[in-house]
Write a protein that binds this ligand. Structure first.
Ligand SMILES: [Cu+2]
Length: 109
């Protein structure tokens, strides 16, 4: 095996081990865009500990407010903000300035 081949094999093992070994995966960052008074669809693969970056593309102030109180951030026009998903389950959320804006994030353990 060449020197480069050995390094490639080691890299492959390192990237596969967390999946097969039951070690918790590192938290990930998901992005949800708010545009034209609507929340984009949250991704389907969110887990506890993951963060969501909410990006407000509108020229209005919005908020991302969990109905269970687990997060509540304000997003001025053109700004973004991050929330961390702290527990599993289906978490309904809304914008407190525009009650017609709503969605549900499904968080897996
Ligand atoms: Cu709003």
């Amino acid at each position: 095996m060449t020197r480069n081949g050995r390094f490639a094999a080691l890299a492959l093992v390192a990237s596969v081990t967390p999946l097969s070994g039951g070690v918790a995966a590192a938290p990930r960052l998901h992005v949800v865009v708010i545009d034209k008074m609507k929340f984009g669809s949250p991704p389907a693969n969110i887990r506890v500990g993951d963060a969501i970056l909410w990006v407000n593309h509108d020229m209005f102030q919005h908020s991302v407010t969990a109905r269970d109180g687990s997060f509540d951030i304000d997003l001025p026009p053109g700004k973004s903000g991050k929330t961390v998903m702290k527990h599993a389950g289906a978490i309904p959320f809304t914008c407190k300035y525009h009650p017609g804006m709503k969605g549900v994030i499904k968080v897996a353990k």
